[in-house]
Design a protein around this ligand. Structure first.
Ligand SMILES: *Cc1c(COP(=O)(O)O)cnc(C)c1O
Length: 399
């Protein structure tokens, strides 16, 4: 055996945590880390949120799993709540983001199939996208480093430069079924698509009879200060994949669709063993209890504004380390002038956790429950780390 018993697919930091408390992770030896990685936008309500712990333990004492061959009341309820809060009429629950995207892709293809156009199966996607690690979703994401060595790429994805409307229009042909995009790219480096661009994509879809699919696996569930990022744009998708934040740490995903878009998804066409199981639904409903509370999303917006302003001043202070702050809500990124992996390691030394992303960015994805004091604390730790990087590089900080 070489090293550990686990696949070597992750470059893990030499850190193991024993427990979590709100915005903090604690090691065996009691060292505390301020967690602005949030399990990559998963721990939407921080760690050990009492309402989530109560919902999960209560459900665990009653019933863990029944098959989707039976009614699952918690699933019906969470589905109705998501429908009430969004553009959607129908929901399919999964265990992960990639599975939610698989369902979204299948939903779009089936829509055209049942409408007598089976040749329309191609989907336009965008450079820098990330949609998951299944065979179809690596093809949708189009990143060569994720595709290499896995045999023929799944057919039917046409990739265009991020935000390039002209290229998007050109990529649409008689076989095109849909356009798939993250309103805010996460893995791609916290790249925001302007509202005007989303509106134009909607118009293109309407003009050509295409379905518009949003991937809000990372940007959804309050991350941008609205329940979903698309709400900032004034337009709506036909299909949307969500996951990460809706489970608050329990594996939950979902594909949402309008009645029209979901018309091909009839009995027997798609399925899942674990998706929508009672434990997952208890937690998903508990997450919505909190996020939909009066004032919760407004508080996220207020805290986000304070965070972004504080980060902007750190960028000004350390121009040799940081280039800019980007993003929206509590989905923020620091574009780095030194390798983002070095920045991330320096953060870790300051007991501050963030996540590297594409485009040499470090992502900050604190829990939506983060306090203003914790944001201030985090910014101080960033300052400490940047100071160390500045002296290592021999470059001056702010003059
Ligand atoms: C994380 C992520 C996925 C994949 O989710 P998994 O749960 O890892 O399968 C898909 N799309 C986006 C935008 C993501 O951030």
């Amino acid at each position: 055996m070489n090293g550990s018993a686990l696949y070597e697919t992750f470059a893990r930091a030499p850190l193991a945590f024993d427990r979590g408390e709100g915005s903090w992770l604690v090691t065996d030896s009691g060292e505390r880390y301020l967690d602005f990685a949030g399990g990559i936008a998963v721990n939407s309500l921080g760690h050990s949120h009492p309402h989530l712990v109560a919902a999960l333990t209560e459900q665990a004492a009653r019933l863990w799993h029944v098959s989707n061959l039976y009614e699952i009341p918690g699933q019906r309820r969470l589905g109705e709540r998501l429908v009430d809060a969004t553009f959607a009429d129908k929901v399919f629950f999964t265990n992960s983001g990639a599975e939610a995207l698989e369902c979204a892709i299948k939903t779009a293809r089936r829509y055209h199939y049942v409408n007598g156009a089976p040749e329309r199966y191609r989907i336009v996607t965008f450079e820098g996208a990330f949609h998951g690690r299944t065979l179809a979703t690596i093809a949708a994401g189009g990143q060569p480093k994720y595709l290499e060595g896995f045999g023929p790429k799944v057919e039917g994805f046409d990739q265009v430069p991020f935000g390039d409307l002209e290229a998007t229009a050109k990529a649409i042909g008689p076989e095109t079924a849909a356009i798939l995009i993250e309103p805010v790219q996460g893995e791609g480096g916290i790249r925001l698509l302007p509202a005007a661009m989303l509106q134009k994509l909607r118009a293109l879809c309407d003009e050509h009879g295409l379905l518009l699919i949003f991937d809000e696996v990372q940007s959804g569930i309050g991350r941008t200060g609205k329940l979903f990022a698309y709400e900032w744009s004034g337009i709506e998708p036909d299909i949307m994949a969500i996951a990460k934040g809706i489970g608050g740490g329990f594996p939950v995903g979902a594909c949402l669709a309008t009645d029209r878009a979901a018309m091909g998804m009839t009995a027997g066409v798609h399925g899942t063993t674990f998706g929508g199981n009672p434990l997952a639904m208890a937690v998903g409903n508990a997450v919505l209890d909190v996020v939909l509370e009066d004032g919760f999303l407004q508080a996220v917006q207020d805290k986000a504004l304070a965070a972004k302003q504080a980060l902007a001043s750190v960028v000004d202070e350390f121009p040799s380390v940081f280039e800019e702050v980007r993003g929206t809500g509590l989905m923020l990124g620091l574009k780095c002038r030194v390798p983002n992996t070095a920045v991330n390691a320096a953060f870790r030394d300051a007991h501050f956790l963030a996540v590297p992303a594409g485009d040499n960015v470090v992502r900050l994805l604190p829990p939506l429950t983060v306090t203003v004091e914790e944001i201030r604390d985090g910014v101080e730790r960033i300052r400490t780390a940047a100071g160390k990087l500045t002296s290592v590089n021999g470059a001056g900080g702010a003059s």
